[in-house]
Ligand binder design. Structure first.
Ligand code: HEM
Length: 465
């Protein structure tokens, strides 16, 4: 099967490509580039939503945007050996995350991935469900007590998922000043648009930008506070089965290597940061879409009422909430929380006849792939039935990839989906959210995809049928 303009389909088979279209070249103007610091979605040429490969040059560096699912598989999976973390991503994240799982490369990455994989096995994830349900219940009770006061939904979800990651990582919370940790992560993340833009422009590391000192202080606080927790755990080993214990016990099966303190801190910070904001944004966008699609909301309520009698959600209910999961998947199609993957290509390569030179940037614009005119029928329409089992199975694996693809696919994928379904179920079994915005929110990408301004919504109690 071949995809052609004018014949969009949701059922692209793995062999389907967008090969009919020639690759196109486009220059990015300086003005467009300046807008990237405010919203990285602005860096996506309009052609990425309808073409196969789009080539741009930014400050003398080639960028190849790849949207054809078959070519994405070729690059991220089959040629993974020559794909490196983008230098601007490392420049933005290494000062905080060091050489942890997200930022490390080659053998240093490989052994860490093997070492932590056990912590994300289905049996371990199942142990975390009660923590996830309890955090969602606290949010639900807070919302029901808020009455008519509008809620800032992305912020509310961030609070909920942050609680969950801290509790699953540090059993008992470890005396962490959760509010200060959350604030420090925000302070660090706030100026990253500048770091990314400067890195693209190849300006030296010391070039000043607003928020730099505050960001550096935040990183020092975060690393120091985790070092203290780690020292305490090393001094008084406990029987807790949390992420700290897993990292302390991690051994490379091949050469017996274990993690030093710096590596453990790198990974704890990696999991705290990578492990809460993305899920919270996926949830915030889900509420936004539900409030605009009453027919989808009604079907979701019907599923919850049938599976969770009386509005009480139990761990055993989660696997039965198939439509709820479809709604979350479709929300992440329209608003992927991590909307772009970029790689630096270490050697010359060819993608279906297009030569990609060494040192070029390869960008997989997940946001554009998920809304591509030739991959999806009515791409802008919110339709969770696209994720009914047969429809999803008939589609190319690389047409939908909110969690990325290849060896560096998100390790928290199963964690995030389980958490999202648990939170949606607990909240929506007892309430509905209604838009209370005075100004409409739009998607803004600053590493992740946020609603700007935050979504203002009101919670209304709902009595399950
Ligand atoms: C809806 C929620 C989430 C989304 C959309 C998401 C998305 C992604 C994506 C796209 C990547 C690949 C980046 C690349 O290839 O450059 C990634 C990697 C990663 N994610 Fe997630 N993520 C989510 C939740 C989580 C959670 C809950 C955790 C941890 C508990 C987590 C931890 C990580 C880590 C450690 C990596 C790096 C893996 C590696 O390089 O080996 N993520 N995530």
């Amino acid at each position: 099967m071949h995809l052609r303009a004018g014949h969009p389909t949701d059922f692209a088979t793995p062999s389907a490509t967008l090969r009919d279209l020639p690759p196109i070249r486009r220059r990015l103007t300086l003005r467009q580039f300046a807008r990237i610091t405010r919203n990285q979605l602005e860096s996506l040429p309009a052609e990425t939503f309808r073409e196969r490969i789009v080539h741009t040059r930014v400050f003398g560096r080639d960028r190849y945007h790849v949207m054809d699912p078959e070519l994405i598989g070729e690059a991220l999976v089959r040629r993974a050996d020559i794909m490196r973390r983008a230098p601007e991503m490392r420049r933005a994240l290494v000062p905080l995350l060091g050489e942890g799982l997200l930022t490390a490369e080659d053998s240093n990455w490989r052994w860490q991935r093997r070492a932590v994989a056990a912590g994300f096995q289905p049996a371990r994830l199942a142990d975390m469900v009660p923590t996830m349900l309890a955090a969602a219940e606290r949010t639900r009770d807070r919302w029901l007590a808020a009455g008519d006061t509008p809620l800032e939904i992305a912020h509310e979800m961030m609070r909920t998922t942050f609680d969950i990651i801290v509790e699953t990582m540090f059993d008992g919370g470890a005396g962490l000043d959760v509010a200060r940790v959350a604030r420090s992560i925000t302070d660090y993340a706030h100026p990253l648009g500048w770091v990314l833009a400067y890195s693209l422009a190849r300006l030296p590391d010391w070039t000043p930008y607003p928020g730099r000192t505050r960001g550096r202080e935040a990183a020092a606080y975060l690393r120091g506070t985790l070092a203290a927790i780690l020292a305490e755990r090393r001094a008084r080993p406990s029987a807790r089965a949390d992420l700290v214990a897993m990292l302390l016990a991690a051994v490379d099966p091949q050469d017996g290597r274990t993690m030093g303190d710096e590596e453990i801190i790198d990974n704890l910070l990696t999991f705290v940061t990578a492990g809460h904001e993305t899920t919270s944004l996926g949830l915030a966008w889900t509420f936004h879409l539900l409030s605009r699609h009453p027919e989808v909301e009604a079907r979701l309520f019907a599923e919850l009422d049938a599976v969770c009698p009386g509005g009480t959600v139990l761990p055993a209910h989660l696997p039965q909430l198939t439509y709820t999961r479809q709604v979350f998947s479709e929300a992440m199609r329209l608003f992927p929380p991590a909307p772009m993957i970029s790689r630096y290509v270490a050697e010359d390569m060819e993608l279906d006849g297009v030569r990609i030179p060494a040192n070029a940037m390869l960008v997989v614009p997940i946001y554009a792939v998920h809304r591509h005119a030739l991959l999806w029928s009515e791409p802008e329409r919110f339709d969770p039935d696209r994720f009914a089992p047969e429809a999803a199975a008939a589609r190319s694996r690389y047409a939908y990839m909110p969690f990325g693809a290849g060896p560096r696919v998100c390790i928290g994928n199963g964690f995030a989906v389980q958490e999202a379904v648990a939170i949606l179920a607990v909240l929506l079994a007892r309430l509905r959210l209604r838009d209370a915005a005075t100004v409409p929110s739009t998607p803004v990408m600053k590493v992740t995809l946020r609603p700007s301004p935050d979504l203002a919504m009101r919670a209304e109690a709902r009595h399950p049928a």
